[in-house]
Design a protein around this ligand. Sequence first.
Ligand code: HAH
Length: 328
Amino acid sequence: MQGISLCQKYQDYFSIGAAVSEETIKAHGELLKYHFNSLTAENAMKFQTTNPKERVYDFRPADPIAGFAKENQMRLRGHTFVWHRQTPDWVFQEGGNPRDKQEVLGFLSDHIRTVGIYFRDKAYCWDVVNEAISDEPGEYLRDTLWRRALGDGYIETAFRTAREHLPDAQLFYNDYNTYQPEKREKICRLIRGLKERDVPIDGLGMQGHWGIGRPAIDEIRQTLDIYAGLGVRLQITELDISVYDHGDPRTDLTVPGPGMLDRQAEYYGKLFELFREYREQIDAVTFWGIADDATWLDQFPVQGRKDWPLLFDTQGRPKKAFDAVTNF
Ligand code: HAH
């Protein structure tokens, strides 16, 4: 590898992360070592992977990721203890019948304790709760199986349990669409409420699954100003910039359409200029992937539609967007 290293260029600003799997580490090991100083397991540390059955824990998928991070002196983010997706059914029901509150509470604390302690010396922070806020107007918390089983207090319980076993980890709440004014209000309400009750929360993760030109840079700036006032650390935890506008009907592109990569580069450039301004608040910016050959956006929101949302192309070569974020 030669040329500018992304994480070196940003060493006085924030760490630069990538979401990875064992496969993408194999495909892009050298790129990762050269440009990134932090990792998140895209799936390997989620509930359904680490704790697929009652009392059964499996760290084989996560071990190579944690090992690679350690060998290469990279930081590791834990993702995620409590989420309504990628969590097995056995947690909430047995033989079709909902479990009672005490049982589910037992599983929650067993999970956080076992997984947390396993990664205690490896992960410096955890997304303790992911996506608990509702997207519905007028509704505060999302209707999830966790909430149905445990009531609104499950969020607080998760953070307190995490702190009990992980005295030194940074504990995060993580969500998407964090820039939308109504959702932003709800996120502020959640974090203020937790802090008022002395619940141990250290940070807010803004996922950052965005698109070219959306949200507007000013909306993100306003959002950062508001969250900066909460007294928690901020991270961009899952950044990718889709090349598609809302309502773009094309689903069969095999290479990016005309102008897409230029617009993407321009947006990425402005975004990182903004992030640099907020370096006092932002500790890390993590991309949800490494290079355009493997991205969850190939399946979301349109199944099978190729997307090119990252800084490196399908061959792992730096894109225009890379130049835009490193040219300062
Ligand atoms: C994120 N959700 C999750 O935090 C991450 O764990 C997953 O791998 C990808 C994206 C984003 C999301 C979603 O899954 C469904 C609807 C909207 C947003």
